[in-house]
Each structure stands twice: as structure tokens, then as C-alpha cells.
Design a protein around this ligand. Sequence first.
Ligand SMILES: Nc1ncnc2c1ncn2[C@@H]1O[C@H](COP(=O)(O)OP(=O)(O)OP(=O)(O)O)[C@@H](O)[C@H]1O
Ligand SMILES: CC(C)(CO)[C@@H](O)C(=O)[O-]
Ligand code: BAL
Length: 277
Amino acid sequence: MQTVRSSEELAFVREKLRGGATLALVPTMGALHAGHIALVTEAKRRADRVAATIFVNPTQFGPSEDFSRYPRREAEDASMLEEAGCDLLWMPAVRDIYPEGFATTVRVSGISERWEGEARPGHFDGVATVVAKLLLAMRPDVALFGEKDFQQLAVIRRMAADLGLGVEIVGVSTVREPDGLALSSRNAYLSADERQHALALPRALHDAREKILGGSSVADVLQAARSSLVDAGFSRTDYFALVDADTLEPIEAPAGAMRLIAAAVIGTTRLIDNISV
Ligand SMILES: Nc1ncnc2c1ncn2[C@@H]1O[C@H](COP(=O)(O)OP(=O)(O)OP(=O)(O)O)[C@@H](O)[C@H]1O
Ligand SMILES: CC(C)(CO)[C@@H](O)C(=O)[O-]
Ligand code: BAL
């Protein structure tokens, strides 16, 4: 695996790697786990060459969020990617992505406005802008994103289609711990006690799915789910909602492809998760 940092170095190495081969891109913020490796494994199935990026993107973090304490583990990340069969790792510096005078924002309206967009103002502008830049620099045939960040995947699909980026956006199922907690770099913030209580989140999603499929009132089910998170020690639930799986609009009575999505805070850690219904 070749590791590059500057955009100039990337342009040179990318041309050599690419040749006539197909290329897949796995964008990440590092602190890699088995969820990220599942993206690389799927990328290898879909393209001849696989590139990954590690960039903790400052513009997608709010002023009081965890940008400065976000885990950074470059050496371990690089060995994990190499072992997974990644061919190229790009770890740009902030000035490579946002050079002096940078003044452009990619904003996806509609689908980015509710849920995460409401709880984290400006977050999806940062995500859409950086992903557009990564895709334009790497120009892959396919780019892979996790369903754990379900709304992010929908926002990126919309952005890539609207801008005609000519890349296939592929979603990969959420990888979970054996007990059901979705793998996330932010799980590293959880104390042992919080880690135990955090399980209430995937449990609440599963219980809610069973009850909705069993015919219970959606409003009652969502209320019960929020209460179960309070009982488990979550201090705040930003949202716990049943949405249309394509538009992410809330739905009150079961119909079509649906998704339960949730975001809640335990201790100092904000967790998100979702499941299909
Ligand atoms: N458990 C998982 N299963 C599958 N994909 C995942 C999982 N966790 C993260 N991903 C995907 O990996 C990519 C990079 O995500 P990122 O580096 O932010 O990791 P993360 O674990 O989601 O971190 P965070 O804790 O910041 O949310 C994204 O496309 C994300 O959806
Ligand atoms: C897609 C992404 C790499 C953009 O910074 C990030 O939001 C993430 O890791 O999910
Ligand atoms: N995993 C999505 C990126 C973020 O939370 O900022």
C-alpha cells in the first residue's frame, strides 16, 4: 500500500495506480474498526484497486463538538488498511483540502435538513463539501459508505447525482459488536458502565421494529423507545423516528420501505444508529 499526503503527490500516484483499472474509494476519518474494513472488503469486490482516505474534516464538526479529541491513530490505521488489501491511502492535511482563500460550500437541501442536520447545524455542508473534494481528487468509479450513517449516505447519493460526479455510491450494512452495539470510532469515549448502558440504543430500535410490525401505534412505540433510553441513562435523545427509507421524511403509519433512525447522548458520547423496518 502506498501512502500519500499532499494533493500533488496524490495526483501523481493515482495516475500510476489507475492505468486501465477500476478504482474504489473508501473515505474515513480514521480510528478504524471492523466497520471500515467491511467497506474496504466490499470495495475490493467491486473494483480492481482500492483507495482509502483518512481526514478528520474540521468543517463537519460544530464549535462545541469533539473535533480536537476525535481519536487519531495513523500508524495502526495504515496497518489495518494494508492488511485488508487497500492499495492507496491518502491522508491530506487541512490545507490540502481547504487551501488559503477556500470559499466554496456544497449544500444539499431537503434531505440534509432534518435529524442530523437539525441536531448538528452545518454538519452536512461540511460532509458534502469534503466528500465532493475527495471524489473530485480521486475520481473513483465507486465510493463506499456505511449505512450506520444512514442520512449521510442519502445526502452523498443526492450530491453525487446532482453534481454528475459519475461515481456509483454504494451503502454497506452496519457492522455490530456481538451484543448488537454498532461499531463506531466514538465508542472509544464510553466508560465500561456507559458501554453496557449504550446497548439500550440498538435494543430500543429492535423492540420498536417488532412493535411496529406487530401493529402498535407508531407514536406510542416511539414514545416508549425514548423512555427506555432515559431509563438506561441516556441524557438526551436528539431524535428517534420512523422514516421513509428513501426520502427520510417521518411516517406515522407503516408503508413501503421504512427505517428507524436514532441519535442519543450517553455521558459525553453522542451515538447514532438505525435499522430497516
Ligand atoms: N459499524 C459500521 N459499519 C459499517 N460502516 C461503518 C460503521 N461505522 C462507520 N462506518 C462507515 O465508515 C465510514 C467512515 O466513518 P467514520 O470514519 O466517521 O467512522 P465512524 O465509526 O462512523 O466514526 P464516528 O464515531 O465518528 O461516527 C463512513 O462511511 C461510515 O458510515
Ligand atoms: C464521509 C466522511 C469521511 C466525510 O468526512 C465522514 O463523514 C465519515 O467518516 O463518515
Ligand atoms: N461518522 C460520521 C461523521 C461524523 O459524525 O462527523
